[in-house]
Write a protein that binds this ligand. Structure first.
Ligand code: ADP
Ligand code: MG
Length: 248
């Protein structure tokens, strides 16, 4: 890799958490964090087990920033309405990612390693289809439902006025669950997993407001995210039966 001076660094917008993410040539540089060692091991595991839907970890650069391969394509900046085939591709990609971590030291006593932030904003699209996930800072051992619950919410469910009708949203949650291959008792509690994650999101942003400043967001933006998470939770609760019936 030819060393490129930092003046050629292109800031990467769209992220909501980490400031200072830049592209240099075919690499991405990201400030190191306490998550760095786990993320490095996880991306190595993906490479060793043949999962190609994630960047490769290339090590720290001269200034200590984490270096990743740049995945060419488009990363959506905000939530929007997706087509069923895009949702299905995201579900299948998440399943392949989880399978690459099953029975690994990193998953430990848990079923898999979860990404924990699998929104479209952390997916790279090529030809309008999601082909890779990025931003593994929140990854940790966990249960598939943690990721599939969150994905169902942020890819398919919305309380916004302009969102598709609830039955269309519910059908799309089924598309996601089917593409992932979620079955049996786990499928029966998918709506619970969605609700849990919506409630947790409100708590997460509430905690951010009083914790050390780790996020580039104003107090107003943070309280807007709390309010939005609550509205989404109310929406899912209100239409719970529609979502559950679609999954049957
Ligand atoms: N490996 C990568 N390949 C392509 N684009 C990336 C990569 N890593 C980050 N980006 C871009 O940088 C943005 C912010 O990076 P991300 O790791 O998601 O940080 P944040 O914690 O701010 O969400 C992403 O939305 C994406 O546009
Ligand atoms: Mg991100």
């Amino acid at each position: 890799m030819t060393e490129i001076i930092d003046e050629e660094a292109v800031p990467l917008q769209g992220g909501r958490i980490t400031s200072g993410v830049v592209r240099i040539g075919d690499t991405v540089r990201r400030p190191a964090s306490t998550a760095s060692p786990f993320v490095a091991s996880l991306l190595d595991l993906f490479g060793n087990r043949g999962f190609a839907g994630a960047p490769r970890y290339l090590g720290p650069d001269q200034t200590g920033r984490d270096t990743f391969t740049y995945v060419p394509g488009w990363v959506p900046a905000r939530f929007q309405v997706w087509e069923d085939k895009q949702v299905a591709a995201a579900g299948a990609l998440a399943r392949a990612m989880h399978e690459a971590t099953r029975n690994s030291d990193l998953a430990g006593q848990h079923q898999v390693v979860c990404h924990h932030d699998l929104g479209p904003n952390n997916a790279v699209f090529q030809d309008k289809m999601p082909v890779a996930f990025i931003d593994f800072d929140m990854a940790a051992p966990g249960s598939p439902l943690e990721d599939v619950g969150y994905m169902s919410w942020v890819w398919c469910v919305s309380s916004k006025a302009g969102a598709p009708p609830v039955d269309v949203q519910a059908t799309q949650v089924r598309v996601l669950a089917n593409a992932y291959g979620l079955a049996g008792p786990e499928r029966d509690v998918l709506v619970d997993a969605i609700l849990e994650r919506q409630a947790r999101n409100a708590r997460f942003w509430g905690e951010v407001q009083v914790g050390p400043k780790t996020v580039e967001a104003t107090a107003q933006q943070i309280s807007d995210r709390v309010a939005w998470s609550r509205r989404e939770h109310e929406h899912t609760t209100k239409h719970r039966k529609v979502f559950e019936d679609a999954l049957e």
